[in-house]
Design a protein around this ligand. Structure first.
Ligand code: CDP
Ligand code: CDP
Length: 212
């Protein structure tokens, strides 16, 4: 069983993905970390974000086994990630590792922006996780402040709006609900309720025998 979760920043898709993976004993890949790692490397090496060839080289040299989620969660890295993620050449370098992960024997859970549309269009379960920009900004703001970042709610809301627009507006694998993805809007749901709603979607899909 492949479970694909897509959605905008801080919608809670990662939280659901981790829990689904533990529940069904499936391996999980947070695909945003791949783009974050390329963005972080570009920032660290002072690569010019207009230098497409250099960014593609960074993506090609990425070791997906050596990703450290904690060090990649900074707000500035999310912004850098969405800039490199708009480049088709960068996306192409990260395609095979994601497809191979999705198609390993026994199945997998992946979360990102283009899992149900590009990486695993044949996934048995597709969930599009979303919430209002204000709800998502409040969640991300709490996380960043918890990490010690000095940011205001307004700054986080503006960052999220910009990233949403870039991720949805790009030509290459934009953030898009797959036709056969179920929408989980958790604006008014807590983590536990959101989890129950996700579990109900999976159960419904399994009841359909994986049919789409
Ligand atoms: O956790 P959050 O939703 O804030 O971001 P993320 O999932 O870590 O993704 C960071 C950035 O990577 C996004 O803003 C997208 O631009 C990009 N991304 C993508 O283009 N495709 C994916 N499958 C996953 C992430
Ligand atoms: O992966 P993505 O960026 O979509 O979001 P996340 O990292 O799973 O969740 C962002 C934050 O929202 C976390 O601190 C969650 O605890 C919180 N949250 C949630 O995931 N779901 C809700 N219904 C409410 C809050």
């Amino acid at each position: 069983m492949i479970i694909a979760l897509d959605g905008p920043a801080a919608s809670g898709k990662g939280t659901i993905a981790r829990r689904l993976a533990a529940h069904f004993r499936l391996p999980h890949l947070d695909t945003g970390l791949l783009y974050r790692a390329v963005g972080a490397k570009a920032l660290a090496e002072h690569v010019n974000f207009e230098d497409v060839a250099a960014l593609e080289r960074l993506a090609g040299a990425l070791d997906p086994a050596a990703l450290d989620p904690e060090s990649l969660k900074a707000g500035a890295i999310g912004e850098a990630a969405s800039r490199v993620a708009a480049l088709p050449g960068v996306r192409a370098k990260l395609l095979t590792v994601q497809q191979d992960f999705a198609h390993q024997p026994g199945g997998a859970v992946l979360d990102g922006r283009d899992i149900g549309t590009v990486i695993a269009p044949q996934a048995e379960v597709k969930i599009f996780v979303t919430a209002t920009p204000e709800a998502r900004a409040a969640r991300r703001h709490a996380e960043l402040v918890g990490r010690g970042e000095a940011v205001t709610f307004e700054q986080v809301l503006a960052d999220i709006a910009k990233r949403d627009e870039r991720d949805s507006g790009r030509a290459s694998a934009p953030l898009l609900r797959a036709d056969d993805a179920e929408i989980l809007d958790n604006t008014h749901l807590g983590v536990e309720e959101s989890w129950q709603a996700a579990l109900a979607i999976v159960a419904r899909r399994q009841g359909l025998g994986g049919a789409r």
